[in-house]
Design a protein around this ligand. Structure first.
Ligand SMILES: NC(=O)c1ccc[n+]([C@@H]2O[C@H](COP(=O)([O-])OP(=O)(O)OC[C@H]3O[C@@H](n4cnc5c(N)ncnc54)[C@H](OP(=O)(O)O)[C@@H]3O)[C@@H](O)[C@H]2O)c1
Length: 176
Protein backbone atom coordinates (compact mmCIF):
# COMPACT_ATOMS: atom_id res chain seq x y z
CA UNK A 1 0.00 0.00 0.00
CA UNK A 2 1.26 3.47 -0.83
CA UNK A 3 1.53 5.42 2.38
CA UNK A 4 3.37 8.66 3.00
CA UNK A 5 5.24 7.13 5.96
CA UNK A 6 6.38 4.02 4.05
CA UNK A 7 9.93 2.78 4.25
CA UNK A 8 11.37 2.95 0.75
CA UNK A 9 14.59 1.68 -0.75
CA UNK A 10 15.68 4.17 -3.42
CA UNK A 11 18.94 2.97 -4.87
CA UNK A 12 20.95 2.61 -8.07
CA UNK A 13 22.30 -0.73 -9.18
CA UNK A 14 24.39 -2.10 -12.01
CA UNK A 15 22.52 -4.41 -14.36
CA UNK A 16 24.27 -7.34 -12.68
CA UNK A 17 23.06 -6.31 -9.23
CA UNK A 18 25.89 -4.37 -7.56
CA UNK A 19 25.67 -1.03 -5.75
CA UNK A 20 29.42 -0.29 -5.74
CA UNK A 21 32.67 -1.93 -6.75
CA UNK A 22 34.61 -3.82 -4.08
CA UNK A 23 36.65 -0.67 -3.44
CA UNK A 24 33.46 1.44 -3.05
CA UNK A 25 33.70 3.18 -6.41
CA UNK A 26 30.55 4.53 -8.10
CA UNK A 27 32.38 5.81 -11.19
CA UNK A 28 30.54 3.24 -13.35
CA UNK A 29 27.27 4.87 -12.21
CA UNK A 30 28.22 8.53 -12.51
CA UNK A 31 29.34 8.18 -16.12
CA UNK A 32 25.98 6.86 -17.39
CA UNK A 33 23.99 9.29 -19.55
CA UNK A 34 20.75 9.93 -17.67
CA UNK A 35 18.08 12.58 -18.03
CA UNK A 36 17.75 15.58 -15.72
CA UNK A 37 18.32 14.34 -12.17
CA UNK A 38 16.82 10.92 -13.00
CA UNK A 39 13.81 11.47 -10.74
CA UNK A 40 15.89 12.26 -7.65
CA UNK A 41 14.42 15.61 -6.55
CA UNK A 42 10.86 14.41 -7.13
CA UNK A 43 11.57 11.43 -4.86
CA UNK A 44 13.55 13.47 -2.32
CA UNK A 45 10.62 15.83 -1.77
CA UNK A 46 8.53 12.87 -0.54
CA UNK A 47 11.15 11.97 2.11
CA UNK A 48 11.27 13.13 5.69
CA UNK A 49 13.64 10.65 7.33
CA UNK A 50 16.84 9.10 6.00
CA UNK A 51 18.45 5.87 7.19
CA UNK A 52 21.82 4.44 6.16
CA UNK A 53 24.55 2.05 7.24
CA UNK A 54 27.82 3.34 8.66
CA UNK A 55 29.86 2.39 5.56
CA UNK A 56 27.53 4.38 3.31
CA UNK A 57 27.82 7.32 5.72
CA UNK A 58 31.64 7.05 5.56
CA UNK A 59 31.47 7.12 1.77
CA UNK A 60 29.31 10.28 1.81
CA UNK A 61 31.59 11.98 4.32
CA UNK A 62 34.65 11.15 2.27
CA UNK A 63 33.17 12.31 -1.02
CA UNK A 64 30.78 15.10 -0.05
CA UNK A 65 31.66 16.50 3.39
CA UNK A 66 31.64 20.11 2.22
CA UNK A 67 28.07 19.64 1.08
CA UNK A 68 26.39 17.04 3.29
CA UNK A 69 23.52 16.13 0.95
CA UNK A 70 20.72 15.53 3.48
CA UNK A 71 20.98 18.61 5.70
CA UNK A 72 17.26 19.34 5.82
CA UNK A 73 16.09 15.82 6.80
CA UNK A 74 16.21 13.67 9.95
CA UNK A 75 19.17 11.41 9.26
CA UNK A 76 20.01 8.20 11.14
CA UNK A 77 23.15 6.09 10.70
CA UNK A 78 23.05 2.52 11.97
CA UNK A 79 26.36 1.61 13.60
CA UNK A 80 27.70 -0.48 16.43
CA UNK A 81 31.02 1.38 16.34
CA UNK A 82 29.95 5.05 16.19
CA UNK A 83 27.81 6.61 18.92
CA UNK A 84 26.11 9.92 19.61
CA UNK A 85 25.34 12.50 16.97
CA UNK A 86 26.81 15.38 15.00
CA UNK A 87 25.44 18.38 13.12
CA UNK A 88 23.91 16.18 10.43
CA UNK A 89 23.21 12.66 11.71
CA UNK A 90 22.34 10.58 14.73
CA UNK A 91 24.18 7.27 15.14
CA UNK A 92 21.95 4.48 16.36
CA UNK A 93 22.21 0.82 17.29
CA UNK A 94 18.60 -0.12 17.88
CA UNK A 95 16.47 -3.10 17.01
CA UNK A 96 15.46 -2.13 13.47
CA UNK A 97 11.84 -3.27 13.84
CA UNK A 98 11.40 -1.16 16.98
CA UNK A 99 13.09 1.75 15.20
CA UNK A 100 10.77 1.57 12.18
CA UNK A 101 7.65 1.19 14.31
CA UNK A 102 8.67 4.23 16.36
CA UNK A 103 9.35 6.32 13.25
CA UNK A 104 6.03 5.37 11.68
CA UNK A 105 4.17 6.69 14.69
CA UNK A 106 5.55 10.16 13.96
CA UNK A 107 4.06 12.41 11.33
CA UNK A 108 6.14 13.04 8.25
CA UNK A 109 7.09 11.80 4.83
CA UNK A 110 8.68 8.64 3.58
CA UNK A 111 11.52 6.90 5.36
CA UNK A 112 14.32 6.48 2.82
CA UNK A 113 16.55 3.46 3.33
CA UNK A 114 19.65 4.64 1.44
CA UNK A 115 21.61 1.39 1.86
CA UNK A 116 24.06 -0.11 1.66
CA UNK A 117 23.66 -3.81 1.13
CA UNK A 118 24.59 -4.78 4.67
CA UNK A 119 21.94 -2.66 6.41
CA UNK A 120 19.42 -3.48 3.68
CA UNK A 121 19.83 -7.20 4.39
CA UNK A 122 18.67 -6.68 7.97
CA UNK A 123 15.63 -4.73 6.75
CA UNK A 124 14.78 -7.46 4.22
CA UNK A 125 15.13 -10.27 6.75
CA UNK A 126 12.63 -8.45 8.94
CA UNK A 127 10.44 -7.56 5.92
CA UNK A 128 10.66 -3.90 6.82
CA UNK A 129 10.81 -2.36 3.33
CA UNK A 130 7.41 -1.26 1.99
CA UNK A 131 8.48 0.13 -1.40
CA UNK A 132 11.44 -0.28 -3.73
CA UNK A 133 12.63 2.18 -6.36
CA UNK A 134 15.62 0.67 -8.13
CA UNK A 135 17.38 2.55 -10.90
CA UNK A 136 19.32 0.23 -13.16
CA UNK A 137 22.50 1.39 -14.88
CA UNK A 138 23.28 -0.26 -18.23
CA UNK A 139 26.57 -1.60 -16.97
CA UNK A 140 27.86 -4.99 -15.93
CA UNK A 141 30.59 -4.51 -13.33
CA UNK A 142 31.25 -8.19 -12.71
CA UNK A 143 31.87 -8.00 -8.97
CA UNK A 144 31.32 -5.62 -6.09
CA UNK A 145 28.95 -4.99 -3.19
CA UNK A 146 25.70 -6.81 -3.98
CA UNK A 147 22.40 -4.95 -3.74
CA UNK A 148 20.66 -8.08 -2.49
CA UNK A 149 22.61 -10.47 -0.30
CA UNK A 150 21.37 -13.95 0.48
CA UNK A 151 18.32 -14.23 2.75
CA UNK A 152 15.68 -16.86 3.46
CA UNK A 153 12.41 -15.02 2.98
CA UNK A 154 10.36 -14.68 -0.20
CA UNK A 155 9.06 -11.15 -0.69
CA UNK A 156 6.39 -10.78 -3.37
CA UNK A 157 6.24 -7.40 -5.05
CA UNK A 158 3.90 -5.59 -7.35
CA UNK A 159 5.34 -3.43 -10.13
CA UNK A 160 3.63 -0.04 -9.91
CA UNK A 161 5.88 2.12 -12.04
CA UNK A 162 8.41 1.92 -14.82
CA UNK A 163 10.26 4.92 -16.22
CA UNK A 164 13.18 5.49 -18.52
CA UNK A 165 15.72 8.25 -17.91
CA UNK A 166 17.75 7.99 -21.10
CA UNK A 167 20.10 5.04 -20.35
CA UNK A 168 18.64 4.37 -16.86
CA UNK A 169 15.53 2.31 -16.14
CA UNK A 170 13.64 3.00 -12.92
CA UNK A 171 11.56 0.18 -11.44
CA UNK A 172 9.04 1.00 -8.71
CA UNK A 173 7.58 -1.83 -6.64
CA UNK A 174 5.44 -2.15 -3.53
CA UNK A 175 5.24 -5.19 -1.30
CA UNK A 176 2.08 -7.21 -2.01
N1 LIG B 1 24.46 2.56 -5.64
C1 LIG B 1 23.86 3.20 -4.67
O1 LIG B 1 22.81 3.88 -4.89
C2 LIG B 1 24.39 3.09 -3.27
C3 LIG B 1 23.57 3.43 -2.19
C4 LIG B 1 24.06 3.28 -0.90
C5 LIG B 1 25.35 2.80 -0.71
N2 LIG B 1 26.13 2.50 -1.77
C6 LIG B 1 27.50 2.00 -1.57
O2 LIG B 1 27.45 0.84 -0.75
C7 LIG B 1 28.67 0.73 -0.03
C8 LIG B 1 28.38 0.47 1.44
O3 LIG B 1 27.52 -0.65 1.58
P1 LIG B 1 27.85 -1.85 2.59
O4 LIG B 1 26.86 -2.92 2.34
O5 LIG B 1 29.28 -2.19 2.49
O6 LIG B 1 27.67 -1.18 4.02
P2 LIG B 1 26.45 -0.38 4.76
O7 LIG B 1 25.24 -1.22 4.78
O8 LIG B 1 26.37 1.00 4.23
O9 LIG B 1 27.09 -0.24 6.22
C9 LIG B 1 27.42 -1.37 6.98
C10 LIG B 1 27.61 -0.96 8.43
O10 LIG B 1 26.37 -0.47 8.95
C11 LIG B 1 26.23 -0.84 10.31
N3 LIG B 1 25.07 -1.74 10.44
C12 LIG B 1 24.50 -2.51 9.49
N4 LIG B 1 23.42 -3.15 9.99
C13 LIG B 1 23.29 -2.75 11.29
C14 LIG B 1 22.38 -3.04 12.34
N5 LIG B 1 21.33 -3.86 12.15
N6 LIG B 1 22.58 -2.44 13.55
C15 LIG B 1 23.62 -1.59 13.75
N7 LIG B 1 24.52 -1.29 12.80
C16 LIG B 1 24.36 -1.85 11.58
C17 LIG B 1 27.54 -1.53 10.70
O11 LIG B 1 28.40 -0.46 11.11
P3 LIG B 1 29.58 -0.61 12.21
O12 LIG B 1 30.65 -1.40 11.51
O13 LIG B 1 29.96 0.80 12.52
O14 LIG B 1 28.97 -1.35 13.36
C18 LIG B 1 28.02 -2.09 9.36
O15 LIG B 1 29.40 -2.33 9.30
C19 LIG B 1 29.44 2.01 -0.27
O16 LIG B 1 30.39 1.78 -1.30
C20 LIG B 1 28.37 2.96 -0.80
O17 LIG B 1 28.91 3.93 -1.67
C21 LIG B 1 25.68 2.63 -3.05
Amino acid sequence: MINNRNTILFIASSLDGYIATKDDSLEWLFKVDGEGDNGYSEFYDTVDTIVMGRRTYDWIIEKEMDQFPYKNKKCFVFSKSLKGSNEYVEFIDEDIRAFVEKQKQLDGGKIWIVGGGDLLLDFLKEQLIDEFIITIAPTLIGSGIPLFKEFDTEIELELIGLRRFNQFVELHYIVK
